[in-house]
Design a protein around this ligand. Sequence first.
Ligand code: ATP
Ligand code: MG
Length: 451
Amino acid sequence: MTEKILVVDDEQDLLLVLDRSLTRKGYEVQCAESGKAAWKSIEETMFDLVISDLAMDDLNGLELLKRVRAADSTLPFIIMTGVGTIESAVDAIKLGAYQYITKPFKMRDIEVLTQRALEYGKLHRKLDSIRLHEEDDSSAEMIIGSSKSMQNLLRQVEKISDSDAPVLIQGETGTGKSLLAKKIHESSSRRDNPFQTIDCGSLKDTLLESELFGHVKGSFTGAIRAKRGLMEEAQGGTIFLDEISEITLQTQVKLLRAIQEKDIRPVGGNKSIPIDVRFISATNRNLKEETDNESFRKDLYYRLAVVPLYLPPLRDRKEDIPQLIEFLLEKYQKRYRKKISHIRSNVLHMLRNAPWKGNIRELANILERGVLLAENETLTLDCLFTAPDGIFDGEDKGRVVTLKDAVESAEINVIKNALESTENNRTQAARVLGISRRALYDKIAAYDLNL
Ligand SMILES: Nc1ncnc2c1ncn2[C@@H]1O[C@H](COP(=O)(O)OP(=O)(O)OP(=O)(O)O)[C@@H](O)[C@H]1O
Ligand SMILES: [Mg+2]
């Protein structure tokens, strides 16, 4: 399928050059001479990429980007800027542009960037569709655990779910903290009201505060409109503060105030808004210890951890592994429409005894790969642990590559590009990628991408 690119610039000459060179590369190119014309085309046609000038009279590049983002979260957008407008270019990245390129540029550069942006868009859409798919599958939400420690935990959960007591969930990565938070909400009388999640690791200070508490118009650069905070959006329901250990001391003070006073003040505003929400937080650190070295406020800790819950690592509840395997295999067989009827005993043995540093998420990933790679109905060690060679060098055209591996190699590319284009600034790279810094660090480690 030919990929469609929309090129927007009020400079005819540049449009012509770009049209010619991208068409020669095999893309279908459409040109627009103004922001307004571009928006009209976008409303009519499904593009795979927009490359737009920044400064245009009627509707500039940033405004166009904003409109696009409101309608489509995955369409990649490249901004072209003249010299001296770098700051707006940075704004563009914040608004969700894939990348910016400074004029004048070499055709080769824009071609490479185009290719990467298209790849990025494809990956984004694929992940989105998998997620969508998953949401209507209610069995995906089940909590498996017949081990003693999980049964204890689940009994505790049953007792506290329907109270308004703040819950702090601690446990290693992948042990099911997010899943448990959702489950608590769903077993409470707040279940018909919203459940709002905020990843505290992905945003810093003002941005995090504005996400949480909202902001008034003009309270900081980029606050073009007043915005309601998630706490207000969660009214009557539950707010899930994920990676709570990541919030700065400044934000901790404000959060403490909100919990104590049961009201919030939007950033830049002076009117307070009463809130009725239940707080659930999660962290994979030992938060109590963080209060000892003063990176986390004690008073806030005690407010959040009225009910402390601990999810044990998978290696300490090996009894749960077979049941988890069964449950997860079921899920992936459905997802990929494949049938697995047997599993070799050495596989079971290995799965029971692996260290599972990534806990259930890691187990799930391995089984997902296994289902994809299985050639008959039997799950063998080979399908679990051997990645086909040659996936990453792009030389071996004849090989059949699975969806999972395709997604993984695309993900690796996208991460490498983001690191390259931000000169290895991981905070910026995470922002460009739209994931939390923690998630980026995890991925860098998982794929061994340390530059
Ligand atoms: N007890 C369980 N039964 C079934 N599936 C589970 C269970 N625990 C976790 N999972 C699944 O494992 C994956 C990881 O769980 P989850 O995202 O909740 O972990 P987490 O502790 O929040 O991880 P992180 O610290 O990285 O945010 C999810 O797909 C989740 O559905
Ligand atoms: Mg989580």
